[in-house]
Ligand binder design. Structure first.
Ligand code: ADQ
Length: 473
């Protein structure tokens, strides 16, 4: 992990991380929060995230105290209930999220939501500016803060600023559904470094910027907009593979009711979200059962999908669709000792989840759009290399760009998807081992520490930004 200096020996200064979530107590093992905590422990600095809604928005940041090791400080910015509605559930999750996941049809623009988005970004920018030291590097995460850097530049902040977008980048046609699309190039160009998950996201961002009359692509691959240079690059996020593999090996498998102890288990683990393609996945499993199943085999597909963003209408619809689809498939195929689809809505602890991954013969990771998808990488890390399971991965997941040895499927092609399930359940051990070995190597090499380190190295190398004052003249 970073140790505070870049490979070229240049000092990085402190790190200031801004993300929607900031850990308020102990830092949970694994995942993004864990990686950011590790990076901050190396550099020192601070981490700023949203407070529970309902706080006093006239005040500044709430001091959450230092992290448990005392290496960095944590702060929460206040949100009113109206901002929770307009900034978080509204503009972030009912406009930007569907749009960036190629679902402009689900974009729900409500009057006033963008004003809340601006107000929150501006308030966070002001609070940040007041605390910055000249050498601090700012690392912003995700779509909740697309205009934060632009606000900071307007306030004269010259520090290095990077944004990592965890979700896909929209193509130019989808982007046109954003009422504020004309502002997007200026927001992006306010960063020194824009990090995206995949090559196709980089291409989409460059395409959007190519249509902006003020942005110029330079010979060295960087971009220039109104006197400021910046880069757009790919930094595919990883997981704490070592840690996850250890947890999977040691984890206690929850008691499962399967027809027999050795019955095949297929597993899906997702937040309940329309981008995850759960209805298409249920349908493909239904087709597999109807057309391919060996009558002596009774496979169980366990889908763990806790409800998220339950206050957004589009999320209530998908829940109903899913329950109807599971009910009808189970109705057609269940026997006294076998329920083919088991759908669990609760959150599952990390160690139990890891043990389930290890037991599962097949993982179904088949989103219709996904920035990366960490479940695909967790599943690979959790396997026993001598007897591994098979990963079925949608080519719409960002992970598909790296994990080419998975069984790649098009989730819209129900027949092809069902055939892939059949192939996975019959795959000979030698082929399973060969595919898994190749996948495992990538997951362990390009882990989350490598991701944070490469992003921060690139950001530290960014040429010093041109002060706004100088450009104005
Ligand atoms: P998410 O959309 O949250 O993240 P993902 O990458 O799949 O999606 O990560 C989900 C995480 O939550 C995994 O670590 C998984 O183990 C855990 N999880 C899911 N369901 C769970 C359950 N029922 N119980 C317990 N844990 C559960 C966004 C982007 C992704 C991108 C990540 C990281 O949408 O595309 O991969 O950020 O950049």
């Amino acid at each position: 992990m970073p140790d505070g200096s870049s490979p070229r020996g240049r000092s990085r200064g402190r790190l200031v991380v801004v993300s929607n979530r900031v850990p308020k107590g102990d830092v949970p093992a694994g995942g993004l929060i864990y990686a950011l905590d590790e990076a901050l422990r190396g550099t020192g600095g601070s981490w700023i995230g949203a407070d529970e809604p309902g706080g006093d928005t006239s005040g500044g940041l709430r001091d959450l105290g230092p992290d448990p090791t005392g290496a960095y400080q944590r702060f929460a910015f206040p949100l009113s209930h109206a901002e929770q509605e307009g900034y978080y559930l509204g503009y972030s999750n009912s406009v930007l999220w569907p749009l960036f996941h190629h679902r402009p049809d689900l974009v729900a623009v409500s009057e006033g939501d963008f004003d809340h988005y601006v107000a929150v970004n501006r308030r966070v920018a002001r609070a940040l500016r007041d605390r910055l030291e000249p050498d601090d590097m700012i690392w912003i995460h995700d779509y909740h803060f697309l205009m934060l850097a632009h606000e900071l530049r307007q306030m004269g902040v010259e520090n290095r600023i990077g944004l990592f977008l965890h979700i896909p980048f929209p193509g130019p046609t989808d982007a046109m559904a954003l009422p504020q699309v004309a502002m997007l190039p200026a927001w992006l160009a306010a960063h020194d470094l824009l990090g995206l998950q995949t090559e196709r996201d980089v291409i989409a961002a460059l395409e959007l910027l190519r249509h902006d009359p003020h942005t110029e692509l330079l010979n060295n691959g960087m971009l220039s907009r109104q006197g400021r240079t910046f880069s757009v690059r790919r930094f595919p996020i990883g997981i704490d593979a070592e840690g996850f593999a250890r947890t999977a090996e040691a984890g206690v498998l929850p008691r499962l009711t399967l027809p027999t102890r050795d019955s095949p288990l297929l597993l899906g683990v997702d937040r309940l979200d329309y981008s995850k393609g759960l209805v298409k996945r249920f349908d493909a499993f239904g087709t597999y059962l109807a057309e391919h199943r060996d009558p002596d085999v009774k496979p169980t597909y366990l889908q763990i999908a806790p409800v998220s963003r339950g206050d957004v209408v589009a999320y209530q619809d998908i829940r109903e669709d899913l329950e109807r689809t599971a009910g009808s498939i189970n109705g057609a195929h269940s026997t006294l000792d076998w329920t083919p689809i088991r759908y669990v809505r609760s959150h599952v602890d990390r160690d139990r989840l890891a043990a389930l991954y290890r037991r599962a013969d097949v993982a179904l990771v088949t989103p219709l759009a996904d920035g990366m998808n960490l479940v695909a990488k967790e599943y690979v890390a959790a396997q026993d290399p001598d007897d591994p399971g098979v990963l079925i991965l949608s080519h719409f997941a960002g992970a598909a760009e790296q994990m080419t040895e998975a069984l790649l499927v098009n989730p819209y092609d129900e027949a092809g998807f069902a055939a892939a399930i059949d192939r996975a359940l019959r795959m000979p051990a030698a082929e399973r081992r060969a595919r898994h070995a190749a996948l495992r190597e990538g997951v362990f090499r390009d882990d989350v520490g490598h991701w944070a380190e490469t992003f921060l190295d690139r950001l530290a190398e960014a040429p010093a930004s041109l002060p706004l004052r100088m450009r104005a003249g």
